[in-house]
Design a protein around this ligand. Structure first.
Ligand SMILES: Cc1cc2nc3c(=O)[nH]c(=O)nc-3n(C[C@H](O)[C@H](O)[C@H](O)COP(=O)(O)OP(=O)(O)OC[C@H]3O[C@@H](n4cnc5c(N)ncnc54)[C@H](O)[C@@H]3O)c2cc1C
Length: 511
């Protein structure tokens, strides 16, 4: 077997892994990042790259200053007291480090701005920021990536080889691609070794401490000796077996929007050497439609007027404009009494003409989508109920009732469209009658943007055993670590926010 050596091995070249690599290299470490895909960026690259970093100084410059104390109040109101002293220390470390990390990113010449439409998800709670605490990275000129430009191909170029021949835009698009591009640039410029097509297959231990890894690199086994190993390889969203074992049922690997190699192997390897796990029943829920085997987030379509979400009885059961996380939970809760998985998004033609849905632009529904039953269309609600198998009287009654609410501008059942702190007292424009044919229906499933459970870590993101002792040499962050936010998501970008803070703390531990 070939062998190599580093101070730090990082598993996963998503945003968290790349950030950890840059931070460690700046502290003088020899760093190898192993990534099983042939491209860098993980799930981060196709997302919005929204980072919830409360207390950051960018907000003050934008005229909405924030404090760590307000963030602590908000998390306390949303999640209650931490479950134990370790979780209390982690939460405190996150709140303390988030502003520091935002400063560190800015000092690394990453242009940061407060992201639009990313209000805290529960603006009525104490400490909430209706203007949002979420940051995004501005674009980067790809040419600075030199030979590594090819390691950073955004969708759809990854899936459709034909597009590879088209020139890439000079600047990266705002969001996840820019975040990854900046981090990749810093990593490569600072001398981080990035091993693509390299999958972690084993953790090597010496006297119960992790002392290295074994990696399958292009079909060859390579052992890398390292003082420290950071697992930043996502959760288990791509494993049907682990989903069936842990997540609420039914569940399907096709319902995750994550298109990476996050198959839970890192959790199994760490558990195999005594690491504890937590929150495995939870995920970053988001309602999805599944078209040609691919999951599409339909949260924006659920929020648009002239539509409702119904169960198999044709009844509404939640405020469709809630967060993706709330909607996913509501689907599972409701399905205990009525079949609600899948639920159906019912739309009138104004909705289909004005709102994108899955892969289809507003006003464009391909014939094939109808022929292959990806979406249903009918001239009357009666016929739509027949085509979809929804309970006819239930659906008709629901739409009559909802249209009445829309006429009055008040959803007495679920409060959809009510003004809140984020709308400054104005009603949201998401009520609207469903009365212009043809009518449309699409199945909606409780999908996810990743799993939330994972390895238990301390406030330096060191992996812990069930007796709370640390596994020496082993750290975990992002999807591989149990989330700081079990049971609820505070804001858009919370996943990436905690992933990056954890990565930062893991490499700066004891430095
Ligand atoms: C469409 C979409 C949009 C999203 N938008 C946002 C957003 O705006 N804000 C937010 O907070 N969150 C968002 N999320 C969730 C977000 O992707 C995660 O919070 C974030 O990507 C976590 O980054 P990461 O670096 O931990 O993991 P990932 O980006 O998942 O990277 C993990 C990497 O590890 C690699 N890997 C896995 N197993 C191995 C192995 N055995 N050996 C080697 N490599 C391995 C994977 O190939 C992958 O590249 C989004 C998710 C999706 C799917």
């Amino acid at each position: 077997m070939e062998s190599s050596r580093a101070d730090l091995v990082i598993v996963g070249a998503g945003a968290a892994g790349l950030l950890a690599a840059v931070a460690a290299r700046r502290l003088g470490d020899e760093v190898i990042v192993v990534e099983s895909a042939s491209l860098a960026g993980g799930a981060t690259i196709n997302g919005d790259g929204a980072m919830w970093l409360p207390g950051n100084g960018v907000m003050a410059k934008a005229g909405t200053p924030d404090t760590p104390a307000a963030a602590a109040d908000y998390l306390h109101a949303l999640l209650g007291a931490p479950s134990d002293a370790t979780q209390a220390a982690r939460r405190e470390a996150f709140i303390r480090t988030a502003p520091k990390l935002a400063r560190w990113l800015a000092s690394s010449k990453m242009p940061l701005q407060v992201a639009k439409s990313t209000a805290d998800l529960y603006p009525m709670l104490p400490g909430a920021k209706p203007q949002g605490r979420t940051l995004q990275a501005g674009p980067l000129d790809r040419r600075v990536l030199g030979g590594f430009e090819e390691a950073l191909l955004p969708e759809p170029r990854r899936s459709f080889g034909a597009l590879d021949r088209l020139p890439l835009p000079r600047r990266t698009s705002e969001g996840g691609e820019s975040l990854v591009a900046h981090l990749l640039h810093r990593a490569v410029a600072n001398g981080v070794q990035l091993w693509l097509d390299s999958t972690l297959t084993e953790l090597v231990t010496t006297d119960s401490a992790v002392s290295g890894v074994i990696v399958d690199r292009d079909g060859m086994s390579v052992e890398i000796a390292a003082a420290k190993v950071l697992l930043a390889g996502g959760g288990y969203e791509r494993s049907q077996t682990l989903r069936d074992e842990h997540l609420p049922l039914p569940t399907d690997v096709a319902w995750t929007t994550t298109a990476t190699n996050n198959d839970g192997r890192l959790l199994s390897l760490a558990s195999g050497i005594g690491a504890a796990t937590a929150n495995l029943t939870d995920a970053w829920w988001t309602p999805v439609a599944v078209i040609d085997g691919q999951a599409y987030d339909v949260t924006p379509a659920l929020r648009a007027p002239h539509s409702v979400l119904v169960d198999s009885a044709g009844d509404r059961y939640t405020d469709e404009t809630g967060s993706g996380d709330d909607l996913g939970r509501a689907m599972y809760d409701h399905s205990r009494s009525v079949r609600a998985i899948p639920s159906y998004l019912i739309m009138d033609n104004r909705h289909r003409q004005s709102c994108a849905l899955g892969p289809w632009k507003a006003g464009n529904t391909p014939r094939r989508a109808l022929d292959e039953d990806h979406i249903s269309r009918a001239n009357t609600l009666n016929d739509l109920a027949q085509t979809t198998g929804l309970y006819r009287a239930g659906l008709l009654g629901t739409v009559v009732r909802f249209n009445n609410f829309a006429a009055k501008g008040n959803d007495s059942d679920f409060g959809r469209g009510q003004p809140d702190e984020s709308t400054k007292g104005k009603a949201k424009a998401d009520l609207g009658k469903i009365d212009k044919p043809p009518f449309w229906a699409i199945k909606v499933y409780p999908g996810d943007t990743g799993t939330k459970g994972g390895l238990v870590t301390d406030a330096n993101w060191r992996v812990l055993r069930s007796d709370n002792s640390a596994v020496p040499g082993l750290y975990a962050c992002a999807g591989t670590a149990a989330s700081l936010f079990p049971g609820a998501s505070p804001a858009p970008g919370a996943g990436l926010g905690e992933a990056l803070v954890g990565a930062f703390l893991a490499v700066t531990d004891q430095r």
